[in-house]
Design a protein around this ligand. Structure first.
Ligand code: CP
Ligand code: NVA
Length: 305
């Protein structure tokens, strides 16, 4: 059956309004509390989520797959290796076929354009599970985690330290959506795209040093120095980024109750010190768990459009 109206996709944070974000976050908190009481409403009964992974994953796969199962639905895992996508089937053809058999699709891939092209030909909602440019599902979890601990992000100061990568760029979009100030410290040549920074110049500032970015911050965030697809640059990047580790000394420049987040996987001794990962203000495990709850709320929101 062909749906009567165009499906609602979630490819970047720009696909939802501030009100819709607040609704998803509040619902995620509610679903989490229900699950803690052993209740998981079977709202996705008979629904199937197709998951396409062209890159590795632990959290994204487990959270989407468990989320579907707990809410009464099912998920199908497809990787490039074991589907025709890996043998050159055009993404548009895959989109038409897969979306005629499932109720929602999640894709993790390289070029952001691939997700966009899939969505253009999909009959059902498409969720971006990470591209080279954006990781919006992670930001839903990060925002939920901050809101649970500290309340609204509006007016808060967030410091991004490290690579100007997909996570950094998603934080730039989040700054506009959640009304916080984002201070970014990256080595020269590794800052996020200038058009994105300039478009959000009212809230986003590039800083010369990690210390400058972190000064007075309510939340400090980092990520791996070499993202998926950049494995060959790992050694070179370790040298370039060596002054950008988030550790207790750097956190001392932030507000005394500043939180630390990392989307994981973390490389202890590189972008984050081992000791910081175990600090009381390092809320990375809650952040990871919230992928489950935030994505359940996201899928419910998209199914209800
Ligand atoms: N944070 C995150 O997306 O983790 P995975 O790569 O394990 O899915
Ligand atoms: N920036 C990292 C995030 C992993 C969840 C990557 O793209 O590999």
């Amino acid at each position: 059956m062909v749906p009567s109206k165009a499906p609602r996709h979630f490819l970047t944070l720009n696909d939802i309004s501030r009100d819709e974000l607040n609704h998803i976050i509040q619902r995620a908190i509610e679903l989490k509390s229900l699950q803690r009481k052993g209740q998981s409403p079977e709202l996705f009964k008979n629904k199937v989520l197709g998951m396409i992974f062209e890159k590795s994953s632990t959290r994204t796969r487990v959270s989407f797959e468990s989320g579907m199962a707990q809410m009464g639905g099912q998920a199908i895992f497809l990787s490039t290796k074991d589907s025709q996508l890996g043998r050159g089937e055009p993404i548009e053809d895959a989109a038409r076929c897969i979306s005629s058999m499932v109720d929602m699709v999640m894709i993790r891939t390289f070029a952001h354009n691939t997700v966009q092209r899939f969505a253009d030909y999909s009959r059902v909602p498409v969720i971006n599970g990470l591209t080279d440019d954006f990781h919006p599902c992670q930001l839903l979890a990060d925002i939920q985690t901050f809101v649970e601990q500290r309340g609204s992000m509006s007016g808060k100061v967030v410091a991004w330290v490290g690579d100007g990568n997909n996570m950094c760029k998603t934080y730039i979009q989040a700054a506009a959506l959640c009304d916080f100030e984002l201070r970014i410290a990256c080595p020269k040549g590794f800052t996020p795209r200038s058009d994105l920074v300039e478009a959000h110049a009212d809230r986003v500032k590039l800083c010369a040093t990690p210390q400058e970015a972190v000064a007075g911050a309510d939340l400090v965030v980092t990520d791996t120095w070499a993202s998926m697809g950049q494995e060959e640059q790992k050694k070179e990047r370790e040298l370039i980024f060596s002054g950008y580790q988030v550790n207790r000394e750097l956190m001392n420049h932030a507000n005394s109750d500043a939180l630390f987040m990392h989307c994981l996987p973390a490389y202890r001794g590189k972008e984050v010190s081992a000791e910081l990962m175990d600090d009381v203000y390092a809320i990375v495990w809650e952040e990871a768990e919230n992928r489950l709850h935030a994505q359940k709320a996201l899928m419910e929101f998209l199914f209800n459009q």
